[in-house]
Structure formats: structure tokens, C-alpha cells
Design a protein around this ligand. Structure first.
Ligand SMILES: [Zn+2]
Length: 377
């Protein structure tokens, strides 16, 4: 994997990442394909709306369809017919957020499946092995996601465990190979809740370990946005300039723009897809909820400025009707538009950085988005 920084404006930067499954431009937004599918989208549609890399979840794929099926299929790219880059998380986040009866020890984490209660044990080594079976272009280390709020003492202990797991993941990564005919990269994850010194410590140690890229994890879990931005700044100030930085699970359009300004290159979030399925549409002038009665005879597009398939072909009134009668086409059109919007946001941010006008452009977007209130679960 190769990361090339192209332009910089303050902390913000544009670049590209070259992987075995092609190149993607940064800052990049990765649509979330939890179960090996971005809900309601074919791979062709994902290409059409501008996605260059997607994310999938190790925990979910490990439980279903299971690693034997993925191995037989020749990896996730072939299984889901997506011939572009894929990033997988390590499963840590889902173990901590979805499963029951977690028990953490030095060696790993014991948990029960959220599906059938069956017992499982993830170790730093096994999550690398699972991601080798998935064949993702970018794999993540196993980490413990601390809750918010979190006591300082717990944060410190947890962070040491995450660092020791990162070492074990890296060892396993170096002593194993991709099962298919391509290269895989491994990213470290900076944890440390909202404690500046814990984040600093984590970022320094992981930098010394020399990963191919770095994620900033454990944010947007309930802390105020200001604290999140502060933690991003601390991490970006320490992490190496020549490696990509990935902010996990964030966030709203405003979050993304603030993080880009602080040096983040990659994002993933369920907001465009999940909120779309809940009738919320992101537009260049703020979010709207299409089930609102005011749209029942509104025969204009969702967003006049948007060039996506949904906006070029369907009206607000029709899409509202689809949601009111619970037709699945509504979910497809919403997902398509919202993902297109997130790709537009990244494309526009990249262009603004390349032209040295990012800060002003960002301020203009904030004015347009100021009345938005997002559905956050
Ligand atoms: Zn659109």
C-alpha cells in the first residue's frame, strides 16, 4: 500500500492511497457494508455514486457467513462482487457494543454472539487470521473501545491492553500472508478516550511500531464535539505525516469537515445509510426529513444542486409517498442520494484544499448546514 500526499492547506491535506484493488483519493468516505453489502446498493451503484473504497465488519462476517465460506468464495471482494479496496475493522467495536457477557483478559476477549448466544473468543492473532480470510485491503488491529464517560484509571489500563494487542496483531500480520493474490495492509488504532496524555502516549507508541496507517478510535461515543476535535488534533500532531489517518465511525458532515481541517484522511460512518433508511436526506442546504407533511405535493428534487440518480429522476413528493407506504425503493433512493452527498462532500473538500480555499469553503458549508439536526443513534 502506498500513500501519496498531494496538497496541503494548514492541517488539511489531499492525497491518494494505492492498494492492490486500485487507488482511492483522500480525504475519503467509506460507505459501511456491515454484512458484506452496503444495504440496498449493488456494487455497480456504489461505483456510480463515486465510492472508491468501502468498509466491512469482521465481527459480522465471522459470525455469518463464516470464514470457511469466505475462503471458498476466494475472499470478500469476489464474494460480494466489489473489485475495489475494502477496509475491515477488527471486530473489537462490535464485541464491545453488541455482544453479551464479554470477558476481557490479556489474551483476548470472550463474548457471546448477539445472534444465538454461542460463545466465541477473539484474540489479536485470530482477528488477523479472520481478516486474512476476508482478504480486506486494509485490516485493523484488535482494540478495546472504552465507554464514555470512562474513568482515567480504566482508560490507562485499557490503553496498555490495546497497545499489547496491537503488538501481537502486528507480529501475526508479519508472520502470515494474504490467502489470495493481493497485498493487505495493517493499521494501528489510537485509543485513550478523551484524556490528552493517554492519547499522546498511545499515538507515540503506535508510531514507533510503524504501521502502514493509523486510526483514531473511541471517539463520537457521546463526548462533546469540541473534545473530539481536541483529541484528533493531539493525535494528528504526533502521528507520522506520511501515513494515512482514519477517524473511525465519524460522523456528521460538520464533523468530517472539522476533522479534515485537523489532518484526517479517511472516514466511515453509518449516518448516510442508516439515516437514509429512516427517511432523513442530507442536502447541500441541510438535512430534511422526507416524511414531513410539507413535502407531500413538493415536486422538486430532494436537492436541486445534486446530480445523483435519485435527484435527477424522482421528486420529494414521490419519495415521501414511497416512505409512507413503506416501499423498498424509498430505501434504495435514499441510500443512493445520501451516499452520493457524502462523496460530493469529500470531492468538494479535496477540490477546495487543492485550490487553497478550504477554510473559507468550510465556513460556507457550515452556514448552509446550520439548521440541520441529525438523527444520531
Ligand atoms: Zn441526490
Amino acid at each position: 500500500m502506498q500513500f501519496i500526499v498531494e496538497h496541503k492547506e494548514g492541517g488539511a491535506r489531499t492525497g491518494k492511497i494505492v492498494s492492490s484493488h486500485g487507488t482511492f483519493q483522500t480525504p475519503a468516505f467509506m460507505p459501511v457494508g456491515t454484512q458484506g453489502t452496503v444495504k440496498a446498493m449493488t456494487s455497480k451503484e456504489l461505483e456510480t455514486l463515486g465510492a472508491e473504497i468501502i468498509l466491512s465488519n469482521t465481527y459480522h462476517l465471522y459470525l455469518r457467513p463464516g470464514i470457511e465460506i469466505l475462503r471458498s468464495a476466494g475472499g470478500l471482494h469476489r464474494f460480494m462482487n466489489w473489485d475495489h479496496p475494502i477496509l475491515t475493522d477488527s471486530g473489537g467495536y462490535q464485541v464491545f457494543s453488541l455482544s453479551d457477557l464479554r470477558k476481557i483478559d490479556e489474551g483476548g476477549v470472550q463474548f457471546r454472539s448477539h445472534l444465538d448466544g454461542s460463545p466465541h473468543y477473539f484474540t489479536p492473532e485470530s482477528v488477523i487470521d479472520i481478516q486474512r480470510h476476508i482478504g480486506s485491503d486494509i485490516m485493523m488491529v484488535l482494540d478495546e473501545c472504552t465507554p464514555f464517560p470512562c474513568e482515567k484509571e480504566y482508560a490507562v489500563t485499557s490503553n496498555e491492553l490495546t497497545i499489547s494487542w496491537a503488538r501481537k496483531c502486528q507480529q501475526r500480520f508479519h508472520s502470515s500472508e494474504c490467502l489470495y493474490d493481493h497485498q493487505q495492509a495493517l493499521f494501528g488504532i489510537v485509543q485513550g478516550p478523551v484524556f490528552a496524555d493517554v492519547r499522546e502516549h498511545s499515538a507515540r507508541i503506535l508510531t514507533d511500531m510503524d504501521f502502514e496507517g493509523y486510526a483514531i478510535g473511541g471517539l463520537a461515543v457521546g463526548e462533546p464535539a469540541g473534545q473530539m476535535y481536541e483529541m484528533i488534533e493531539i493525535c494528528a500532531g504526533i502521528l507520522p505525516q506520511d501515513k494515512p489517518r482514519y477517524l473511525m465511525g465519524v460522523g456528521t458532515p460538520e464533523n468530517l469537515l472539522e476533522a479534515i481541517e485537523r489532518g484526517v484522511d479517511m472516514f466511515d460512518c453509518v449516518l448516510p445509510t442508516r439515516n437514509g433508511r429512516n427517511a432523513q436526506f442530507f442536502t447541500q442546504n441541510g438535512a430534511i426529513n422526507i416524511t414531513n407533511a410539507r413535502y407531500k405535493d413538493d415536486f422538486t428534487p430532494i436537492d436541486d444542486n445534486c446530480e445523483c440518480h435519485t435527484c435527477r429522476n424522482y421528486t420529494r413528493a414521490y419519495i415521501r409517498h414511497l416512505f409512507m407506504v413503506k416501499e423498498i425503493l424509498g430505501l434504495q433512493l435514499a441510500t443512493h442520494h445520501n451516499l452520493y452527498y457524502y462523496q460530493w462532500l469529500m470531492r468538494s473538500a479535496r477540490q477546495a484544499i487543492n485550490e487553497g480555499r478550504y477554510f473559507n469553503w468550510k465556513q460556507q458549508q457550515f452556514v448552509k448546514l446550520r439548521n440541520s439536526s441529525y438523527i444520531i443513534n
